[in-house]
Design a protein around this ligand. Structure first.
Ligand SMILES: CC(C)(COP(=O)(O)OP(=O)(O)OC[C@H]1O[C@@H](n2cnc3c(N)ncnc32)[C@H](O)[C@@H]1OP(=O)(O)O)[C@@H](O)C(=O)NCCC(=O)NCCS
Length: 155
């Protein structure tokens, strides 16, 4: 699917509201803490790069990346449910990897219960290099308080 990718360079309320909605809907099934409007402001103010995909004037996916000299970290990628499995995530990853800011390896954490995301990253060439125990906290639902391990993956 053809979509245009942009970098969020300054605080844009309309875009950020859409990012919050996508985050909340994409991750709702895991019951982790949702990201708020303020979380995105903090990410921008702390130098994280936010890439977002636009289709029909709507944000349909985004990625947050911390670029560093030796390795860069993918903080998250989320695609709006109706647009998943249409290459939106893959296009974002490819765009990030070809970004001029990138100089080293990529690393990321993903909840071990998130099998779709693990398959997505494996398809892009990421390999698991370790685990972080009790890394994610379930904040709602029947299992509130339970902690979930993360797989650490590298490209
Ligand atoms: C993970 C996520 C970002 C993938 O984005 P996407 O745009 O749906 O994925 P793409 O269409 O680009 O898929 C690329 C490849 O990933 C794999 N993949 C993606 N979704 C998959 C699924 N539901 N089941 C199995 N493999 C899948 C496939 O190998 C796919 O290639 P193929 O379609 O040629 O087989 C998306 O599912 C999402 O937003 N999930 C919820 C949020 C999340 O878990 N983010 C990652 C947190 S670290």
């Amino acid at each position: 699917m053809k979509n245009n990718i942009f970098i969020l360079k300054k605080i844009d309320e309309e875009i950020i509201k859409q990012l919050v909605n996508i985050y909340c809907s994409a991750f709702s099934k895991f019951y982790f803490r949702n990201w708020s409007f303020q979380d995105f402001i903090d990410l921008i103010n702390n130098g994280y790069s936010i890439f977002y995909s636009i289709y029909n004037d709507k944000v349909i996916g985004f990625a947050v990346v911390s670029f560093n000299k030796d390795f860069s970290e993918i903080i998250t990628i989320a695609v709006e449910s109706n647009y998943q499995r249409k290459n939106v995530g893959r296009n974002l990853l490819n765009y990030i990897m070809s970004s001029a800011d990138f100089e080293g390896n990529f690393i990321l954490d993903v909840a071990i219960i998130n099998t779709v995301a693990i398959k997505f990253y494996e398809k892009a060439g990421f390999k698991e290099i370790g685990k972080r125990h009790n890394y994610y906290l379930i904040c709602e639902g029947d299992n509130v308080g339970q902690k979930i391990d993360a797989a650490v993956m590298q490209l």
